[in-house]
Design a protein around this ligand. Structure first.
Ligand SMILES: Nc1ncnc2c1ncn2[C@@H]1O[C@H](COP(=O)(O)OP(=O)(O)OP(=O)(O)O)[C@@H](O)[C@H]1O
Length: 661
């Protein structure tokens, strides 16, 4: 078995140990095709070439058929014109070196010279056509590949995005589009080099059969050197990719706005810089090692090429001296050997590159296949028009990975529609997971979620999603204008001023907009010029406006007031209560138990299990978990000494002492 080139294992620098807890081992999806590349040798290259060229042509054909046709015709014609050109050279040399007066010899060479000139002109025109068509084709190929990639990423289940293996594939496949683009020019050059090689080889065989093996012998050393170096670079890239990425991460942290305050207040700058330098220096050592090896390999290859060239010219000399070859033929042979060896060199390098790019395009194709298993299904039974309740029946759900316990464990509960239902429980008790299941973002591992008597698992997920509006705990702060940040709640309906204004009013976000320099047209992305940043509480109000804009029949609010000041919190709960008055279902997750007082039903979760259900009064009276959490919060306020003004306004977080029970 052939020995694989070994990449030097990255040296574990002190920085790496300290910052990342040990050596940053290579662990991305590239692993899957690493071996394929390392096994690449001349024979493998030749066998894989047809499929690589077909793949490139298919990509080009999908993106722009006329341009793909132009490139193909132009490159094939250019290769053929080189054969004609070589034959014309042979004819010119034959005439010039042959017998007779000089004037006659020159005149005799004119037709072949005219052919040469015509072929050169045609070659230039074909080159221009190919350059134009390739330039037109490349961005289209990249766009088509990127669109397919993004479309796949957007249509898979949330669980796929959170699945480590699938996410790795998403990470690696993103390089596929740029690789597809590059494959076009590599494939073009490969086709061109192949045809001119065939032309040179054909001419050489016609001139003398012994010349063809000489051409191959001359080119083998440089082919070997190009392949060896490419394999080493690739192996090194994989062994060092994490290390290099981590080094870049350190650099990026120094300029990132989120890190900027701590970098300055805690003086983290010099600390990060020191470790950045240490990691960069370790990576530089690898580059030096590769350069040393490249120099050595290059020298060996040059030595062999020199010997092969000397042998070629000695053979030519022998043939000339032995009278087996005319001088004019020897002249043409020298030109053909030079052209042929250049084409062979190009061929090796370009096929090498083509193969490397094809591996990344292969990841993109793998993504398409694997994503098909994760795509959110379309179609299914309709939901009842006016359901009375959503019922969780013995629902268990465990996040993929190495979770130590299910996030939801045999939960049976009811969410009556048209009411305010609160979910309460300590951190990590499963509240957010429960609403994500309700919204169809995950499917239960066991049990059922019923909308009256229709199992959510059998329904059309898009129709289910249309019923739900959600203000998630970490809802997205879109880097767009304030208007879009509201209207993105329902992109399927035309954006109208009236709808936006209504939603802003419902969320009580008018004050937030009034403070913005361009109102609804203010760009909410500080990293762009003219961009503006909102405070956490201001963002939260826009998030609520977004959910109001959606007009989902079920409004899920996960910690809606965490970043709000006391007055704003009061207002938001007023709005939420008013929504419930209009028949809207509100599912409220909050740790502020005072806000739960107005809920029609409270479910208390503990470590993924439902431990209590009832009205707030019932739960307080029962003296269980809810009552305990309530007392804890109440105590905080009763213990705090009151301010000098006893008539000061009640704070929404202020809770009355629980009834005994
Ligand atoms: N995307 C995820 N992948 C893996 N585990 C998760 C994920 N989200 C939550 N978990 C785990 O599931 C459990 C329940 O989390 P969940 O977010 O539902 O709790 P919660 O009651 O909403 O908590 P909090 O009050 O802190 O928001 C936790 O142990 C958490 O670590």
């Amino acid at each position: 078995m052939r020995k694989k080139p070994k990449a030097e294992a990255p040296g574990v620098s002190e920085s790496e140990r300290l910052l990342f807890g040990g050596p940053l081992r290579y662990d991305t999806g590239w692993n899957s095709h690493q071996d394929a590349f390392l096994e690449l040798n001349l024979r493998a290259m030749v066998t894989r070439l047809p499929s690589l060229l077909t793949a490139s042509f298919r990509l080009a054909w999908q993106a722009d058929r006329p341009a793909a046709r132009i490139v193909l015709v132009a490159e094939v014609s250019r290769g053929l014109s080189q054969a004609v050109s070589l034959l014309a050279v042979n004819s010119v040399l034959g005439r010039l070196i042959g017998g007779g007066p000089l004037e006659e010899r020159l005149r005799g060479a004119v037709p072949a010279l005219v052919v040469m000139a015509a072929v050169m002109m045609a070659g230039a025109l074909l080159r221009a056509a190919s350059t134009y068509a390739t330039g037109r084709l490349e961005p289209k190929v990249e766009r088509v590949a990127t669109e397919r990639y993004l479309e796949r990423a957007a249509t898979v289940e949330l669980a796929a995005i959170e699945d480590h293996t699938f996410h790795k594939l998403l990470d690696t496949a993103q390089y596929g589009a740029a690789s597809a683009r590059r494959m076009i020019s590599y494939a073009t050059r490969v086709v061109n080099a192949m045809i001119s090689l065939v032309a040179a080889a054909g001419v050489l065989t016609v001139l003398h059969p012994a010349l063809l093996p000489l051409l191959v012998t001359m080119t083998l050393p440089s082919a070997w050197s190009a392949l060896t170096m490419a394999r080493r670079r690739y192996a090194s890239f994989h062994a060092w990719v994490q290390h290099v990425r981590a080094g870049r991460l350190l650099g990026a942290l120094l300029i990132e706005p989120e890190a900027a305050p701590e970098v300055r207040v805690h003086g983290v700058g010099p600390f990060l810089l020191r470790h950045f330098r240490a990691m960069a220096e370790t990576a530089e050592a690898e580059q030096t090692r590769l350069a040393r090896l490249a120099a050595g390999t290059g020298l060996i290859a040059a030595g062999w090429t020199g010997l092969a060239t000397a042998a070629t010219y000695a053979t030519l000399g022998g043939l000339l001296l032995g009278g087996a070859m005319a001088l004019s033929v020897a002249g043409t042979a020298v030109i053909a050997i030079r052209t042929g060896s250049q084409s062979l060199d190009t061929l090796v390098v370009e096929v090498n590159a083509l193969h490397e790019e094809a591996l990344f395009v292969g990841d993109l194709q793998r993504l398409h296949t694997e994503a098909a298993d994760w795509v959110v299904p379309v179609g299914g039974t309709a939901l009842p028009d006016e359901p009375r309740e959503i019922r969780f029946e013995n629902v268990t759900f465990t996040y993929p990975g190495d979770a130590r316990r299910p996030a939801l464990d045999g939960v049976t509960l009811s969410v009556p529609l048209g009411k305010i239902v609160a979910l309460v429980g300590e951190n990590g008790s499963g509240k957010t997971t429960l609403v994500k299941l309700l919204a169809g973002l995950y499917a239960p591992g066991e049990g059922r979620i019923l909308w009256d008597d229709v199992d959510a698992a059998d329904t059309d997920r898009r129709l289910l999603a249309e019923r739900v509006a959600m203000v998630a705990q970490n809802f997205k702060r879109w880097p767009f204008t304030a208007r879009v940040n509201v209207a993105v709640g329902r992109p399927s309906v035309p954006l109208t001023e009236e709808r936006v204004a209504d939603a802003v009013g419902e969320a009580g976000a008018q004050d937030v907009l009034a403070d913005l320099p361009h109102g609804l047209d203010t760009l909410l992305a500080r990293n762009f010029s003219g961009g503006h940043e909102l405070s956490g509480g201001q963002w939260q109000r826009l998030g609520i406006a977004r959910a109001a804009y959606r007009h989902g029949r079920i409004l899920i609010v996960d910690e809606p007031t965490a970043a709000l000041d006391a007055r704003a919190e009061l207002e938001v709960f007023e709005k939420i209560r008013a929504l419930a008055g209009t028949g809207q279902t509100v599912i409220l997750i909050t740790h502020r138990l005072a806000s739960v007082r107005h809920a029609d039903l409270v479910h208390v979760l503990e470590q993924g299990r439902l431990v209590e259900s009832g009205t707030p009064e019932e739960l307080l009276a029962s003296g269980g978990v809810y009552a305990e959490l309530y007392s804890l919060q109440a105590e905080q306020f009763t213990k705090v000494p009151r301010g000098p003004d006893p008539s000061s306004r009640d704070l929404p977080g202020e809770v009355p002492a629980p009834k005994a029970g």
